[in-house]
Every structure is written in C-alpha cells, then in structure tokens.
Design a protein around this ligand. Structure first.
Ligand SMILES: [Zn+2]
Length: 150
C-alpha cells in the first residue's frame, strides 16, 4: 500500500534523517572515547548537511551557557540556548522547535533550513557534553514551559 500524501508530508526530510544518523554515529564515537576530537569526516558531513548554521552552532557551543533541563520522572528534555544578544535566550527542542525568529522564518516559513543554529547547538552541546544538565521535577519543567508561553 502506498503512503498517503499526509504521511509523506509528516515524514522528516532526507537531510534531517542524514543529520540524525550523523549525530548518532558521532555520539557512538564519543561514548567509546569521551576525549576524542571531532573527526574531520564528521565535521565535513555536518557542514555539508547544515551549511552555515553548523559553523554558527559551533560558535554558540563555544560561547557556553547552553542548559539542558531534564524532567526527573519522565526524562523529558528541553534546552535553553543563549542568543547572540544577551540576555536573549531561546527555548529549544532540538528535533522539533526553537523560539527564535530564524526557526519561524527559515525553517517553518520558507523551508530553507531543516533547523536553526540553536537546535544544532543544543545537539552538539549534548554530544560534546558541553551543556549544563539541570534535573528538575516534571511539574517544575511544565511550569517553566508555560512561563515561556506568556
Ligand atoms: Zn533558533
């Protein structure tokens, strides 16, 4: 049976899947050797997939301040990633959402990118263990998210 058009529309783009595979391979390398440098071929692949956003994401990671909030019971995660103009910071779900303007215009509006630099930065910071991890109860996490909606 052929998938319906609606199913095709919800299927992630090939770049996103290739990116997921690249990050999974990178995570595996780090798990085997936490002190490993990013291999050149991984850098080249990520740059090819994400273009200029990849270099910008590395700058965000290098600047520090990425926080990963983890719900203690559910394990749900949400990130806060600093913007280029402090105290700006964005709410980020690495695979699905960022509260920045670029996500709205370039990813959602024009489909010119599969993600923004903050989403990439959150993923890179996680793999490289450069995110500050804050464990909190899930109710607190939900309150934090609701606070972002005001
Ligand atoms: Zn963003």
């Amino acid at each position: 049976m052929q998938p319906t058009t609606a199913q095709n529309a919800t299927r992630p783009p090939r770049i996103a899947r290739a990116g997921d595979a690249c990050f999974a391979e990178f995570q595996e390398l780090i798990n085997q050797n936490p002190n490993i440098e990013i291999p050149d071929e991984t850098l080249a692949s990520l740059h090819m997939l994400y273009g200029k956003n990849f270099a910008k994401a590395l700058e965000v990671v290098d600047s520090g301040g990425i926080v990963c909030f983890v719900g203690e019971r559910t394990g749900r995660t949400v990130y806060k990633v600093p913007g280029s103009r402090p105290p700006d910071q964005y709410l980020v779900f690495p695979s699905h959402y960022c509260s920045c303007q670029s996500f709205l215009y370039d990813v959602v509006g024009r489909s010119e990118a599969v993600c923004c630099k903050h989403q990439l930065a959150a993923r890179l910071a996680t793999v490289l263990r450069r995110a500050v991890v804050v464990r909190m109860c899930d109710v607190e996490l939900a309150r934090m998210l609701l606070g972002q909606c005001e």
